[in-house]
Design a protein around this ligand. Structure first.
Ligand code: F6R
Length: 242
């Protein structure tokens, strides 16, 4: 696991963007893993700019998102389908049929999870997966205690995660209680992982990730066992990193 310390959010976003562009331009049919939340928004703005400046095209790219809430329509502004369209997909030349997110409204959620796994496998695995760090160490929505062997599944969101994400909703009551998430083992099969960490709220979890033990109590700790992880973290997030 390698860590690249950068000055601030903007520098983190620009660096992540250049790594993604390099990856896309080096592969015939790149498969990218996407995350939502606040952390990758700047990265997505940079990618849109790079596309507009013709530095990159997404025509041959396929994407797979980490997760989606259960029970929210994809047209709902709080869904991750909406987020991706609004913040990235609606502004680039990615073919709609190549953009994949789990369907949190599927009639059979277990079947949906199984089919999502198959789609990733059929795409030849993820070349570069973008990941954010949950305050409780979650990756995707794999909350503390999730087995490292987990595959794509329906999970119950931790109360702390619902509270952390309530900022996007009108009230805490509206935050879904469940989500579909790629499993930890699914994420670990990505060929390369880019973990983005920004802001002082992430200083504690980042320190725990770097200094703590590998444990299912802190899901991100599994990344120590992946052969190719780059963490890009800004100064605020690195305040306890020596
Ligand atoms: C989002 C996801 C989550 C977030 C994490 C950090 O698709 O899977 O694990 O990456 O909750 O969220 P932010 O970036 O909002 O701090």
């Amino acid at each position: 696991m390698e860590i690249l310390k950068v000055k601030d959010y903007e520098e983190m976003s620009k660096k992540a963007c250049s790594i993604m562009i390099e990856k896309m331009n080096s592969l015939e049919r790149p498969v990218l893993g996407m995350a939502t939340g606040s952390t990758p928004e700047g990265l997505y703005q940079q990618l849109i700019r790079a596309y507009q400046e013709e530095k990159v095209s997404f025509k041959q790219v396929s994407t797979f998102n980490l997760d989606e809430y259960v029970g929210i329509e994809r047209e709902n502004p709080n869904s991750y389908h909406y987020y991706m369209k609004d913040k990235l997909f609606g502004h680039i030349d990615l073919l709609p049929e190549n953009a994949h997110l789990p369907n949190g409204n599927a009639a059979d959620l277990d079947l949906e999870c199984w089919e999502y796994e198959n789609k990733i496998r059929n795409a030849g695995q993820i070349d570069l997966q973008v990941v954010g760090l949950g305050l409780n160490g979650h990756i995707g929505f794999n909350e503390p205690g999730t087995p490292f062997s987990s595959r794509t599944q329906v999970i119950n969101l931790a109360e702390s995660t619902r509270k952390a994400n309530a900022r996007f909703f009108a009230s805490l009551n509206e935050v879904p209680t469940q989500a579909i998430t790629m499993g930890i083992d699914t994420i670990m099969e990505s060929k390369q992982i880019l973990l983005l960490v920004s802001g002082k709220k992430k200083a504690d979890p980042l320190a725990r990730l770097l200094n703590g033990e590998v444990s299912e109590d802190f899901p991100a700790s599994i990344l120590h066992r992946h052969p190719s992880v780059l963490i890009i973290a800004d100064e605020e997030a690195c305040q306890y990193v020596t």
